[in-house]
Design a binder for this molecule. Structure first.
Ligand code: ADP
Ligand code: MG
Length: 553
């Protein structure tokens, strides 16, 4: 128990660092248990890991705060943030995350029991144990954080309730979208701009969002009641406006609408369908056996564009591959920003059609495939495009941003589109998806090293997966989660040589629904978050070791 741990640490003081290993195992404290899961071999190695469990009686949170999966995730998200704040610069570390409330290993609430997972840099003086410091961290600070952060009796109860209610509302709002025929919703009063590219907090003094009257939708939420905002209908939505008027800021907010944001973020009521994928050009990426033929008909090299592979894609082929991969993985909405798109894949205007004959141009621009994609695959698109008017021909609605204010300019855009430009469409169908069968040898099963380099890259065993082009990743814990989930799928035989990419994702999603974070890693030693299946697919598609053994339609 706790006294035994104190004595043990005192006895260890000054002993050689390796003796810390004997801490492994379970220690009973009044009110909680501490499990020391992994002990670092030396003071410079990655931190040691431990797990704290507080029973539901001791934690004491009312059942309404954890009785559904979303409430349990929200409560855990609140507790881990309080614990993080409380720990400050202690040598105990907890991975609380940022503005998004993710399902993460660092804190879980299961039937009222609170599980907190921490890292601890076990203190040493050179190669010897500093038992006094270790005693302070484990026997004083840890019980303190349990007492002040993980118990209802000492909690700021009003704020806990607010946090859980807010996250539940966001989740409920997102779930209502399909029934309303919407792919996204931006509440009146939402605050979209961030302080900077590296500071995700809301921009102080920003202009709050306000919906154009014609697009205003009102929805009923379980806790806040009725709220109004801009509904983005299924179909093709064009966002136009002058440079610096807030187009990309709106699109970024939609990208992160797949997540639930903490109260005060400004994006609590900005949501999009869970199956939303940001598409961008990403030259240099690997593409493996993707049917890019809807976009690329023939290549000067003679490569088969219906079964296209490269280790170094161009801007246009990388974006074409990203679109086809997203559809294959089950995306229902695509988000595209002109700032990060390949121009030659986006547009080909009347004059260029006149000058360069169709059979001398391998690319079919997105403008001609955006409607077929919707017709054949029920995939909607929101597109930021301030530089070309050709998309007015294909847009269902056009939103203009002017000094950060949104206006519905659909009617005017229709009038303009009625005047012919002489441009001819170059496609009228989007072919069925060819589903790729994943070869199990794509992913190592021998417990390879999994490590996140920020949100930019994943180290998986000997190889590195570049993730810079996967822009909806927000937290390194998700990147770790992707690596662990891939390995878990491989180890449990989900990659059995018969499943397609979409079927692997389905199996993973079903496993998460059943087992929660254990579907990602059942050892729970490191910090990770449950990744979105679509981001798992994005990583799989960028894996240098990915092998596709065949196709199914
Ligand atoms: P665009 O894509 O239209 O060129 P951006 O979305 O990049 O414009 O926005 C330009 C600048 O305006 C950014 O610095 C952004 O932070 C700021 N901004 C965007 N929306 C708002 C807003 N609602 N209130 C205040 N500043 C904003
Ligand atoms: Mg922009």
């Amino acid at each position: 128990d706790e006294q035994a741990l104190r004595q043990e640490l005192r006895a260890m003081h000054g002993a050689s660092y390796g003796r810390y290993k004997s801490l492994r195992g379970q220690w009973h404290f009044p009110g909680f248990t501490l499990q020391v899961q992994r002990v670092q071999p030396d003071p410079f190695a990655p931190a040691s890991r431990c797990e704290v469990r507080v029973t539901d009686e001791v934690a004491g949170f009312p059942e309404q705060l954890w009785c559904s999966p979303v409430r349990a995730r929200a409560l855990a998200g609140y507790l881990v943030r309080v614990a993080h704040r409380h720990l400050g610069d202690s040598r105990l570390r907890v991975d609380a995350g940022g503005q998004q409330v993710l399902d993460r290993s660092a804190c879980q609430v299961q039937r009222g029991e609170v599980v907190l997972r921490l890292g601890i840099d076990l203190p040493g003086r050179g190669r010897t144990i500093d038992g006094r410091q270790a005693e302070r961290a484990l026997c004083d600070e840890l019980p303190e954080v349990v007492e002040t952060a993980l118990r209802w009796a000492t909690a700021d109860q009003e704020r806990v309730r607010e946090f859980v209610a807010s996250v539940e509302d966001t989740d409920a709002l997102r779930r209502q979208l399909p029934g309303l025929g919407l792919i996204a919703f931006v509440a009146d009063g939402a605050m979209l701009p961030r302080r900077s590219g590296v500071d995700e907090r809301p921009l102080p003094g920003g202009v709050p969002f306000s919906a154009p009257e014609s697009m205003r939708v009102s929805v009923e939420l379980p806790n806040r009641g009725r709220v109004s905002g801009m509904g983005v209908p299924e179909g093709i939505t064009l966002i136009v406006g002058g440079g610096f008027h807030g187009k990309s800021t709106l699109l970024r907010a939609l990208e992160f609408g797949v997540y639930d944001h903490v109260p005060g973020d400004g994006r609590e009521l900005v949501v999009c369908r869970a199956e939303t994928v940001k598409i961008r050009a990403e030259d240099g990426r690997r593409v493996h056996r993707v049917d890019v033929s809807p976009f690329v008909s023939h290549l000067p090299t003679g490569a088969d564009t219906a079964d296209f592979s490269t280790d170094n894609a161009s801007g246009s082929t990388s974006q074409a591959a990203a679109i086809v991969e997203a559809v294959e993985a089950g995306a229902k909405a695509l988000l595209v920003d002109e700032d990060t798109a390949a121009t030659n894949l986006m547009i080909r205007d009347a004059r260029m059609q006149a000058l360069v004959a169709k059979d001398a141009e391998p690319l079919t621009p997105f403008v001609d495939l955006i409607r077929p994609l919707r017709a054949a695959h029920a995939v909607s698109t929101v597109l930021v495009m301030g530089g070309s008017g050709d998309y007015m021909d294909v847009a269902d609605q056009v939103v203009m941003l002017e000094d950060y204010h949104a206006r519905d300019v659909t009617a005017r855009a229709r009038q303009l589109a009625a005047q012919p430009t002489g441009r001819r469409s170059e496609a009228d169908t989007f072919p069925p998806v060819r589903h790729r069968v994943v070869d199990p040898r794509s992913i190592p099963t021998d417990r390879p090293k999994v490590r996140a380099r920020g949100v930019d890259a994943l180290t998986l065993g000997e190889s590195t997966v570049e993730l810079r082009g996967v822009e909806q990743l927000v937290d390194p814990a998700q990147v770790t989660g992707i690596g662990l989930a891939l390995v878990s799928c491989a180890r449990r035989g989900v990659l059995d040589g018969s499943r397609t990419v979409a079927e692997v994702l389905e199996a993973f999603a079903a496993d998460v629904a059943e087992r929660g974070i254990a579907a990602v890693d059942d050892r729970h030693v490191g910090d990770f978050a449950v990744p979105r299946p679509l981001d798992l697919a994005a990583a799989l598609n960028r894996l240098r070791a990915l092998r596709i053994s065949g196709f199914r339609s």
